[in-house]
Structures are given as C-alpha cells and as structure tokens.
Ligand binder design. Structure first.
Ligand code: F6R
Length: 369
C-alpha cells in the first residue's frame, strides 16, 4: 500500500498537492464566492461572533497557530490559539459570541474532545475541522468542516497539517465574506491564490534532492534549532516537532525575534539552524529583520539552512544552504515552507534506519487525557 515508497510518511508528504486541492474542492460557487453550506450554521450567529479560539494538540495546534495570522488579518476578529488541554482547565472567557474551532486529524483526540465539550457547556459555537468523517469530535460539535486529505497512516502528521491550514483559510475567508468589510472584496482573489498552492507544493516536492542529501549528511546530529517569524514561526515549531518525533533528535523552534532574549546563547560553532524566512514583501520589514538574525547567528558559527522564496538574494551571503520555494503571497508561504522540513525529518529518520511510520512511544490517535 505504500505504493513503492519507503514509508507511509514519505507517501503522505508527496500526497499534499492532492490533499490541499481536495480540501478546496467544491467550496466555491461559479463566481468564486465561498460556499460552506455543509456547516449548516445560521449566518446571523456567525456574524455575531466577536472572538475565535482554536483548540488543538500537537501538529494540529501548529496548524491553528499558522492560520491565526491570516484569520485575524482577513476577519478582524480576535483569534486565540490554545492547546486543548490547557484551555479545558483554566477558566477561559467564553460566551455565546465565541467561536471555538477545534482542529483534529483523527477527530478522536481526548484532550481536544474535552475542550470542545467544555466550550459547548460555556455556550460557545463549536466548529470541528477534522479529517475523519463522522469521528467523535465533529459529531460533538455544532458543525464540521472536513479536510479531505485522505487517510493518514504515518504517526507523524504531514498532509493533514497543510490541509488543516487550507481549511482554516476557507473558514477565515468565509467569515470575511459573510461579515463584509475590507476583506470581503478580497476573499475571491485570495481564493484564487489558494487554488494555486497545490501546484506550488508540487514544485517544492520536485526540488528536494539537496534537502535529502543534507538530511543524510546530518544523521549524527545531536541538536537542530528552527527559527521563524510571523507565519514562519509556527512552521519552525512544526519542523522541530517532526524531527523530535521521528528522528529522536533534540530540536527546538523559536520566534526569530526571541533570539536575543535567550536562545542565542545556544549558538556555538557548527550548530545547525533552519531559518524559515518571511516573504520578501512581508509587512514591517520583517524580511530584513530576519536577515539580520541570520547574520548574528552565522557570526557565532551557526550552520544556517535557509528556507526562502526564489530570488531572495539578501539571504545568500549568510546562508550555508538556501532552500527555495516558489514566490507566493505572505499568507500562503507557510503552506510551502513546511514541505522541506517534513522531507528533511523523514529522510533523516530513514537514513538512521528508524521506523519512520511508527516512532517509539507514540500512537496515531491519543484517546486518553
Ligand atoms: C504530530 C502528531 C500529533 C498530532 C496530535 C493531534 O505529528 O501526529 O502531534 O498532531 O496528537 O492529533 P489529532 O490531529 O488527531 O487530534
């Protein structure tokens, strides 16, 4: 069933163009307007929402963190992202104008389910973004928006992650369209950009030879750091999680701006650091800010592996390796920059001879609290 691939994880990484395309399929009408009738929620209830809280665990949590930037930007609704098990037991401020979005590939994660039940008790409107039709979490929620990534077998989540971001973007654009305002007019243009993502992911997947080679060279590495800023920050966290989970390498993700507040002390000669660059046309000179972070760590001997857009000349003088992805808009970039990090972890774990699909101590679906 692995279709000639070394692992299910490898196969699922390669299935991402289809997973994203299928998740977008049938969600717009002939004019390109978003139609999410399947959620079956009274539009007036959605118009009244004044806060969104995304609850999830692990990789699903990082997909929520990635989507937060776009959802707030498009909808102007305050959006929090919280680990489900923290949300459940801390007396959160939730009422009938709160939309609680749970994100779960399996739809069976007990921590996430308990958070959803709690949100309902507090009167919130609950929407489940889930990859498993009819699972417990979507059944317990007021509405479900399914990702159509297909069954995910490898314990480490890959195609569900990108499909979850795509589904969150659909929800964000739908809310923007429904509520009017500046972004309502742009929703269709953003949808067109989103529709091009599967083909860009395909391009990234087709250019991973060097990343695989780097991964094989690094199979003895003891520690890898990941830096990102803005939408690249959750990608750094997810890249680190993938490496811990399947390659058993100590890995940590940081917000690039946080470097000088502590983590830079970790940099010593030879320390590998992945940097997930913001798009070159990111607001507030974020790109230049991260270039100067790379400069700082390189000066202290770090080995810098930079994931950035094609044509980014500014990073080159400070990069030991440049890993390019196609140019897209700011909010679309995380869907591309995660791909090399998935491939890197998968290839490194394979080179170490580990069981990539069934890492030690982990289960695909965590049905206990
Ligand atoms: C990471 C991973 C886990 C899951 C987490 C949530 O690769 O697989 O971190 O993402 O346990 O699982 P779901 O999405 O099924 O709720």
């Amino acid at each position: 069933e692995k279709g000639g691939h070394a692992s299910f994880m490898e196969k699922e990484i390669l299935e991402q163009p289809k997973a994203i395309a299928d998740t977008l399929l049938g969600r717009t009408d002939e004019d390109g307007k978003l139609v999410l009738d399947e959620m079956n929620i009274d539009p007036d209830r959605l118009r009244a929402i004044d806060k969104i809280i995304i609850v999830a665990c692990g990789t699903a949590f990082y997909s929520g963190l990635s989507a937060k930037y776009a959802i707030e930007h498009w909808t102007r609704i305050q959006t929090e992202v919280e680990l489900a098990h923290e949300f459940r037991y801390r007396d959160p401020v939730v009422d009938d104008r709160t939309l609680v979005v749970s994100m779960s590939q399996s739809g069976e994660t007990m921590d996430t389910l308990m958070a959803v039940k709690h949100a309902k008790e507090l009167g919130a409107l609950t929407v489940s973004i889930c990859n498993t039709y009819g699972a417990t979490i979507p059944r317990e929620s007021d509405a479900a928006l399914y990702t159509h990534a297909g069954p995910e077998i490898a314990v480490a989540s890959t195609k569900a992650f990108t499909a979850q971001i795509a589904a969150c973007y659909l929800l964000g654009l739908y809310l923007a369209q429904l509520r009017g305002g500046t972004y309502a007019e742009d929703a269709q243009a953003v949808m067109r950009e989103l529709a091009e993502i599967p083909q860009h992911v395909d391009t990234v997947l087709g250019s991973m030879d060097r990343v695989r080679e780097i991964a094989r060279f690094m199979s003895d590495t003891r520690s890898v750091l990941f830096l990102g800023r803005h939408v690249g920050y959750p990608i750094a966290l997810e890249g680190a999680l993938k490496l811990k989970e399947i390659a058993y390498i100590h890995a940590e993700g940081f917000a690039a701006g946080e470097l000088k507040h502590g983590p830079i002390a970790l940099i010593e000669p030879g320390q590998p650091v992945f940097i997930v660059m913001p798009a070159q046309d990111s607001p507030y000179d974020l790109h230049a800010k991260v270039v100067s972070n790379i400069q700082e760590i390189r000066a202290r001997g770090a080995r810098t592996l930079v994931i950035t857009e094609r044509g980014d000349e500014a990073v080159r003088p400070f990069a030991d390796e440049v890993i390019e992805v196609p140019r897209t808009s700011v909010m679309m970039m995380p869907l591309l920059s995660i791909i090399p990090l998935q491939v890197f972890a998968c290839e490194l774990a394979t080179a170490k001879g580990l069981d990539v699909d069934q890492p030690r101590n982990l289960a695909k679906s965590v049905t206990v609290e």
